[in-house]
Design a protein around this ligand. Structure first.
Ligand SMILES: [Zn+2]
Length: 71
């Protein structure tokens, strides 16, 4: 039965940790942060290797810097 008790204690500690971490300093549950759309860059796929990179960093042939270097 010792193992079962240890398991319950671990569960309780985890729950306390979750509750503490979900509260702000003013005691309310943390609200999700509003998204700032300007933080996101348009992503595009490299035509050669298929990796997603920011669209601005693709070359005019649609390749990432790595493929542009090796080609
Ligand atoms: Zn590439």
């Amino acid at each position: 039965m010792n193992l079962f008790r240890f398991f319950i204690l671990g569960l309780l500690a985890w729950l306390v940790y979750r509750v503490l971490m979900s509260w702000n300093s003013d005691g309310r549950p943390a609200a999700p942060r509003p998204r700032n759309p300007e933080q996101f860059e348009m992503m595009a796929r490299c035509l050669k290797c298929g990796v997603f990179v920011p669209r601005d960093s693709l070359s005019d042939r649609g390749r990432c810097r790595n493929c542009e270097k090796s080609a």
